[in-house]
Design a protein around this ligand. Structure first.
Ligand code: ATP
Ligand code: LTN
Length: 325
């Protein structure tokens, strides 16, 4: 049976990029296989974060998991830090990824560049080891992620080959699954840059007021050609809006292009704003209801119990393979 695992860091307000590239795709997996979705709170510590902010982001993220349609009866939702096996496997696996390959990770290069050279935490450098531990603890063969995380899944695959060559078939080979449309939503104000929760320029936040969302879309950067067509290199702004529209309507990009043939940018942006407000308005209502229900903590606690059982099993297998048991 398929084992599915993914996570999101509670580092800031969730964006439309997080929704389209990750969150929106999670619920369909819970009907296909055994699915584990977690809040990557240990990963959130790899850049400075206020404790209160971390706590409230974590609760928010759990409520958004539920609002997006994840059902705790069909999948396991938990906090990474509540399952100590993540840190324990991390301590073993850090010996099987090498400094050269870790220093080539795009995320490390981008995030460390923004820091003072003397204040780059080891956790930021070693991020892929913890991420590999997350994936391997659950014997996940399917890892749904946005485009930017595929490199981390690839390095996990290298680790599995290295480890299994030495110790036998202990670890399960994972595979990244990237959504066909919307794997990389770009900033609305700088459409050549990824929309990212730690870089607020041109972001749409899931919790934004709908009027604000509409305004942001209506003022998104486009070009002077006045032709709706998908051409990310020459028309990054329009292509990004087409991608958002197609992803939220569950249609292909050529289908979306066809719908707007001959439309001016005002009409096109209005239609994009309509679908974004429709989807996010609905999501916000559900999110509010889950926050008000007080159910979130209970879901996380029950999820952690189920996750611990699976994770501890794998941890023992690895401890045995390397000679710790
Ligand atoms: P940060 O800015 O803190 O690095 P982020 O916004 O990149 O955060 P993550 O927690 O790293 O978000 O990512 C959560 C999930 O959302 C991952 O699967 C990631 O690939 C996906 N994702 C993030 N940004 C986008 C985007 N712009 N388009 C599509 N998917 C995205
Ligand atoms: N690095 C991911 C979050 C993450 C993750 C994982 C995703 C941590 N561990 C394991 C999939 C599988 C990110 O969103 N930046």
């Amino acid at each position: 049976m398929e084992r599915v695992l993914s996570g999101i860091k509670p580092t800031g307000q969730l964006t439309l990029g997080n929704y389209i590239g990750a969150l929106k795709n999670f619920p369909k997996f819970q009907d296909q296989g055994e699915t584990f979705l977690f809040i990557a709170d240990l990963h959130a510590l790899t850049l400075p974060i206020d404790p209160e902010v971390l706590r409230s982001n974590s609760r928010d993220l759990a409520a958004f998991y539920l609002a997006a349609g994840l059902d705790p009866k069909k999948c396991t939702i938990f906090r990474q830090s509540a399952v100590s096996a993540h840190a324990e496997l991390n301590a073993i696996l850090q010996n099987f990824l090498y400094m050269g390959e870790l220093s080539r990770m795009t995320q490390f290069k981008e995030k460390s560049q923004k820091l003072n050279e003397n204040a780059i935490g080891l956790g930021l450098f070693a991020y892929p080891v913890l991420m590999a531990s997350d994936i391997l603890l659950y014997d996940a063969n399917v890892v749904p992620v946005g485009d930017d995380q595929t490199q981390h899944v690839e390095i996990t695959r290298d680790l599995v080959n290295r480890f299994n060559n030495r110790f036998g078939p202990v670890l399960t080979m994972p595979k990244a699954v990237v959504t066909k449309v919307g794997a990389r939503i770009m900033s609305l104000s700088e459409p050549t840059k990824k929309m990212s929760k730690s870089d607020p320029k041109g972001d749409i936040y899931l919790k934004d007021d709908l009027k604000v969302i509409r305004k942001k879309i209506m003022s998104a950067v486009t070009d002077s050609e006045a032709r709706v067509a998908y051409d990310p290199e020459n028309k990054p702004g329009v292509s990004n809006l087409l991608q958002i529209y197609a992803a939220l309507k569950d249609i292909s990009i050529p289908e979306a292009e066809k719908l707007f043939e001959g439309s001016n940018y005002g009409t096109f942006k209005g239609a994009v704003a309509d679908v974004v407000c429709d989807v996010l308005g609905n999501l916000q209502q559900k999110y509010q209801a889950f926050i008000a229900s007080g159910e979130v903590e209970r879901v996380l606690e029950e999820g952690a119990k189920k996750a611990r059982e699976v994770a501890n099993n794998t941890l023992h297998r690895v401890q045995h393979a390397v000679g710790l048991l």
